[in-house]
Design a protein around this ligand. Structure first.
Ligand SMILES: CC(C)(COP(=O)(O)OP(=O)(O)OC[C@H]1O[C@@H](n2cnc3c(N)ncnc32)[C@H](O)[C@@H]1OP(=O)(O)O)[C@@H](O)C(=O)NCCC(=O)NCCS
Length: 226
């Protein structure tokens, strides 16, 4: 689908298939150390995602020691979203990890997961996965993407700042926040704070509500007029 040198590494982004699901399950535990067992995606859950919405499930693969290894993934589903009522938990959004609330007519893509193996970070893999999602949103003519963004970097600042102050400082480039910095760099905007969203003591279980609009979106009633 899309490939990239990943700073000397040949990386390929493609759809998740059965042969990837066990490795994906193992990578979840490495990437999300604070999540409960229920919040982590299992091989069985990945199979369900593929059954429901195959085009929304991406995996990044790289040749490592002669074999193609799973080094990143991004799972998503389609939904509608009311920005007047933003609060929700991660488990509510992802239907306990099964993505069974995927709505094939939903006008937003909801990013359920974004993960890069710890040994392969800062080589553009996350950005490559976001690029694949951007392309999908364009192809499906969706309004854009929504995600709950984890805030692991808050741990270093929590004695001196509220979570709101921390998010503002990352946006202004005055505090470091690896996940949020990466999402801002990839075109996401912070639209709110989701309290009690996901198990992450580093961020008092908070996450950002992130939105990346699709500049190419054309409402159906305008398309119908052509
Ligand atoms: C967040 C995550 C997906 C980023 O993946 P990645 O492949 O390392 O990201 P990229 O290499 O594409 O980074 C793109 C840019 O984001 C910023 N960025 C990424 N990691 C950063 C870090 N640790 N510190 C500061 N900025 C960072 C940089 O500007 C970087 O560009 P640069 O390397 O040219 O400076 C990865 O760190 C990860 O899996 N983290 C744990 C899980 C997680 O938090 N997922 C998101 C859930 S909401």
């Amino acid at each position: 689908m899309d490939s990239h040198d990943g700073h000397e590494l040949q990386v390929r982004v493609t759809r998740i298939r059965e042969k990837h699901v066990e490795e994906l399950e193992a990578m979840q535990r490495l990437v999300f150390p604070t999540l409960t067992q229920d919040e982590l995606f299992t091989a069985q859950k990945y199979r369900k995602h593929v059954e429901l919405f195959p085009e929304g499930q991406f995996v990044a693969l790289a040749m490592v020691e002669g074999r193609e290894k799973v080094i990143g993934a991004a799972s998503a589903f389609r939904t509608t979203f009311d920005f007047d009522y933003i609060h929700h938990t991660f488990q509510e959004a992802v239907a306990d990890g099964w993505l069974t609330n995927h709505n094939p007519k939903g006008d937003w893509l909801y990013g359920a997961d974004m993960s890069v193996h710890p040994d392969f970070r800062r080589r553009g893999i996350g950005s490559l996965l976001y690029k694949a999602r951007r392309k999908l949103v364009h192809q499906l003519n969706l309004r854009g993407e929504i995600a709950g963004g984890m805030l692991p970097g808050y741990e270093r600042y929590k004695k001196h700042m509220t979570i709101e102050q921390y998010v503002m400082n990352v946006i202004m480039g005055r505090a470091t926040g690896k996940t949020l910095a990466m999402q801002l760099k990839n075109g996401f905007k912070v639209r709110g704070i989701l309290y009690d969203h996901i198990t992450d003591p580093r961020a008092n279980n908070c996450a950002t509500l992130l939105v990346r609009d699709n500049p190419h979106y054309i409402p159906d009633y305008i398309k119908a007029g052509v």
